[in-house]
Design a protein. Structure first.
Length: 149
């Protein structure tokens, strides 16, 4: 599986730890918008990762900023993306199992502990997409709205 990852300057250190962890787990990890400026905008990373995940249907994404909220908001503007901000494994599980999220947003200042971050990521990756008809119906409603608006 390919995992696209991006972070702003506040999430850069956590991103590098996550990349090492995921590569040790034998995932292909791609940072499609690397930017080492001292200060940079989370929107650039969120849009880039969102577009890559949308194009590569068998992939997932991980985005990091200070709170996790900014990248989540931006990623959700990309058609076809359902991004969830998770600070707990339960957030990650529900984001996948109930909402079919394909991108995980993390806050480097909200959840800085790497062991918890690894658990959140593992939960997100290992939780299958929902199969309940009522949840699939919601995805179709979102897709229809995206097409019409």
């Amino acid at each position: 599986m390919t995992i696209y990852i991006g972070a702003d300057y506040r999430g850069r250190e956590l991103k590098n730890k996550i990349i090492g962890y995921l590569e040790n787990c034998n995932y292909e990890v791609i940072d499609p918008f690397s930017d080492d400026r001292e200060v940079n905008d989370f929107t650039d990373f969120a849009f880039s990762v969102g577009e890559k995940v949308r194009e590569d249907k068998n992939s997932l994404g991980i985005l990091i900023c200070g709170s996790g909220s900014g990248v989540c908001i931006a990623a959700n503007k990309v058609k076809g993306i359902r991004c969830v901000r998770a600070a707990t494994t339960q957030d990650a599980f529900l984001g996948r199992d109930h909402d079919g999220a394909n991108i995980l947003a993390l806050g480097s200042e909200i959840t800085p502990e790497i062991d918890l971050v690894k658990d959140i990521i593992d939960t997100f990756i290992n939780t299958p997409m929902p199969t309940l008809e009522r949840r699939i119906k919601r995805f179709k409603q979102i897709e229809k709205y995206e097409e019409e608006n």
